[in-house]
Design a protein around this ligand. Sequence first.
Ligand SMILES: Cc1cc2nc3c(=O)[nH]c(=O)nc-3n(C[C@H](O)[C@H](O)[C@H](O)COP(=O)(O)OP(=O)(O)OC[C@H]3O[C@@H](n4cnc5c(N)ncnc54)[C@H](O)[C@@H]3O)c2cc1C
Length: 380
Amino acid sequence: MSATPSVGSVIVVGVGIMGLSLAWALSRRGVKVTLFDQGPIPNPMSSSLDEHRINRHAYGKLNGYARMMPQAFRAWDALWADLGRSHYEETGGIYVLRHEDAWYDNTVAQLAEMGISCKDLGAAEVVRRLPVLNEQGISRAVEVGGSGLLFPRRIMTDLIVHLNLLGVEFQAHTPVTDVDPDRATVTTSRGVFGADRVIVAAGPWIGRLVPGLDGVAVPSRQAVLYLAPPPEHLRVWMSAPVVVVRDVEAGLYCLPPRRGTRLKIGDHRFSLTGDPDEDRIATADDIAPIWAGMKKAYRDVESYSIIEPRACFYTVTDDETFRVVQPGANGFAVSACSGHGFKLAPLVASGIAAAALGEQPVERIAPWAAGKAEPSLPLF
Ligand SMILES: Cc1cc2nc3c(=O)[nH]c(=O)nc-3n(C[C@H](O)[C@H](O)[C@H](O)COP(=O)(O)OP(=O)(O)OC[C@H]3O[C@@H](n4cnc5c(N)ncnc54)[C@H](O)[C@@H]3O)c2cc1C
């Protein structure tokens, strides 16, 4: 593929998974890319840099995103081909319901539509398979395919090396203080830089650079706990799938240890508070709701050690969808939202790259990235 003649260079602000995926999508089309980050690259303060992230077809009420997932998986496959190795491990998933809601029925219908396996398990059967679970209070359990773990630290460092080879330029420790989306320039502490296009992918900080997203893409402080369980539980966890437990007070997701990662648990409910400049250490108040949810959902929780209580940031929109905007003739911005921005990044970035290069109108890309249009574009 070759670039549209008028777009030879693009500046991307923010080097999380979205910024890196944009650089990948653009540089494989022959465009010269310069990446700016306010911190090191990759940045431990970013939403993206962590040990693992879930990739899955199951999507609850967000039907539009469920329909995008087959192409999102193909986008990852294209990335693995370019990197020369895969950083995805299929584990399957188990969803445990401890209260009645429509999430399961929606998900079951979506998976059937996509031809992904999905099987109801009784409470006794799910606990037989996963003896770390507490059987009391389980009303339904579903085992699904098409799910597994992405390994962000490996993905991001491999992408950085790959992009470096392709000639992408990195400007680390260079906060961007202003973006001109008409001129495609950015102002930094080291001067003003320009290109043919500028794309802002600044994660939870995005509202500071793109006024139209201020108050729309809201930073949300979320806690995760890295855990050391007792050895008999650890043996179960080491071959466990991704486990999601939904209760009235909590939406706990548990990621098992794989490929050098630790056991991690988090709560998907949004805090909708916090400043992304804060440190990343979870407080007792951050931890309490997760611990309370764990005690209901899992056995022997008091014998698990919390080895790292960590705070991180989601960027949340009111309907949990991505926002793609064009604030000026030559400038774009994307907010990869809520708890699902990692899995969709290579796909959505490819759509935004197509818009920035004039191959697709932004009016088509924005609703598509929001999961509100045709699920599949001619990208992968
Ligand atoms: C605890 C947790 C669990 C999650 N689980 C999942 C999951 O299982 N599956 C999934 O798909 N998604 C998940 N997500 C969501 C996903 O990780 C995010 O949506 C995604 O990583 C966002 O990427 P991003 O590149 O948009 O933002 P970020 O990764 O935050 O990157 C933005 C970058 O912009 C830089 N920046 C900001 N302002 C400036 C500036 N002025 N100048 C220069 N640089 C700047 C920042 O330093 C940062 O490096 C989870 C998120 C969290 C926090």
